[in-house]
Write a protein that binds this ligand. Sequence first.
Ligand SMILES: Nc1ncnc2c1ncn2[C@@H]1O[C@H](COP(=O)(O)OS(=O)(=O)O)[C@@H](OP(=O)(O)O)[C@H]1O
Length: 292
Amino acid sequence: MDNTDQYLLNFKGYNFSLPVVDVDFLENLEDFEIRDDDVFIVTYPKSGTIWTQQILSLIYFEGHRSRTEIVKTIDRVPFLEYNIHKMDFLERPSPRLFSTHLPYYLVPKGLKSKKAKIIYIYRNPKDVLTSYFHFSNLMAITPAANNMEEFLGNFLDGKVVGSLWFDHIRNWYKYRHDFNILFMMYEEMKMDLRNSVLKISHFLEKELSEEDMEAVVKQATFTNMKSDPKANYYDVIHNEVGTRRNGHFLRKGVIGDWKNYLTVEQSERFDRVFQRKMKDFPLKFIWDVNKE
Ligand SMILES: Nc1ncnc2c1ncn2[C@@H]1O[C@H](COP(=O)(O)OS(=O)(=O)O)[C@@H](OP(=O)(O)O)[C@H]1O
């Protein structure tokens, strides 16, 4: 994977996906006008973005809950910096929902008015790494990850889209008081989806009826999303962006899959870096279904 330059665009110290980013848009991103009722999902890649896109669009749009309006999740909650459908964001009716992988220092400054809401989803980084490894082999727009050893090195060096996982989460947390932000953990969503949807809807000040809550939870499960063409990105990855092989964006959706892919040595190497970079970091991580 020594051809990363073909795939990465480093802009102001952060790596974007070169084939799908619009540099002119990035140049003006700081001044992108934020509305008070905008909602942003912020994630490091492979941490639960599509899942939260689905949850938010189900919370906000009756037509999505009832399955009467056929709009793909990616168009309901588009990526700010990867606007692959060239949507006119200024024309979008409120409330606008967005996704982004941006680091805290590159987001539009209007978010600092603390009116628009941000939901930051984080996931244990060994599962992020594992999910990312598979994603890199699947997608044509990322450098193929020849083997885990090589990918681990790139991940730990931040030579991937999203740059360093450690910096992303640490800084979003450090500067959290500058924003109106809720931190949610992928593993908690996995272990108690209902309660997580409740937390998210409280934060969004969108109280759901019992019936609507049921509909959201049911349609946001891994199994349901995997078989729902609006929610599983099938079209986006296979017919638009392009893949190298067969595979699904919704791969396994479990906690602790890293144990099937990292050797003991690789895991220990990861631990050493994690301990060094994350010491004093207050958020806890769940690495395994059985232990924290
Ligand atoms: N409903 C649900 N439940 C549990 N897990 C889910 C769900 N939806 C998506 N996923 C898993 O999230 C991983 C993809 O992460 P992202 O959506 O953040 O990817 S991306 O950054 O937008 O490319 C990817 O993880 P892995 O399966 O481990 O590869 C998806 O399967």
